[in-house]
Ligand binder design. Structure first.
Ligand code: AMP
Length: 209
């Protein structure tokens, strides 16, 4: 299956994408995670991307399209994949079409802006890609990752003033993708719930798995 998860930052795309990835045995690909890794290791792409991510802006289309093109060419994508955080603009969606990618479903997880702001303030992440929430999805000891044991951190771009810009970018630039995929007849909507497992139940139902 080829699946896209759409939704505002903090809507739970990454968490649900990881669960569906394990269930279906296909990779979950997060452009945000690839960019954060490049920033951490100081590659040329990472150095270019940093100023955008830190202010909550989008990294230019040609950069992320290049990242996705390279990633989808890897052998683990041949039986399907989940895209978490790509596409985020109509030109990115058109580039995916131009690559010949035939999507099965685009699932939008809907959460109100006020709930997003609350969720972002409690988000804790691990460098392995796992994501937690201090109240809704805490790790066992609250400070280390359940999967790999590394200490959890707060994403720099989860600072309240950056979250506000990210939400604005989402509504102005990414939300129009819902219409783009609705017109293709492949858009499904899931209302994000407070509890991760409740959103998972709705997500699996919408995907028919
Ligand atoms: P995320 O982890 O998906 O919230 O992404 C973190 C940041 O990486 C975003 O705020 C953007 O600056 C950048 N980014 C991730 N995916 C994309 C994309 N598809 N297009 C442009 N920028 C992106």
């Amino acid at each position: 299956m080829k699946i896209i998860f759409l939704g505002a930052p903090g809507a739970g795309k990454g968490t649900q994408a990881e669960i569906v990835s394990e269930r279906l045995g296909i990779p979950s690909i997060s452009t945000g995670a690839i960019i954060r890794e490049a920033i951490k290791t100081g590659t040329e792409m990472g150095m270019k991307a940093r100023k955008y991510t830190e202010s909550g802006a989008l990294v230019p289309d040609e950069v992320v399209i290049g990242i996705i093109q390279e990633r989808l060419a890897k052998p683990d994508c041949k039986n399907g994949f989940i895209l978490d955080g790509f596409p985020r603009t109509v030109p990115q969606a058109e580039a995916l079409d131009a690559m010949g990618v035939k999507l099965d479903v685009v699932l939008s997880i809907e959460v109100s802006d006020s709930a997003i702001v609350e969720r972002m303030s409690g988000r804790r992440v691990c460098e392995c890609g796992a994501s937690y929430h201090t109240k809704y999805n805490p790790s066992k000891d609250g400070v280390h990752c359940d999967k790999c044991g590394k200490p959890l951190t707060i994403r720099r771009d989860d600072a309240p003033e950056v979250v506000e810009s990210r939400l604005k970018v989402y509504h102005e630039t990414t939300e129009p993708l819902k219409e783009f995929y609705a017109a293709k007849g492949i858009l499904k909507i899931v209302e994000g719930q407070e509890r991760v497992e409740d959103t998972t139940a709705l997500t699996l139902g919408a995907l028919g798995i």
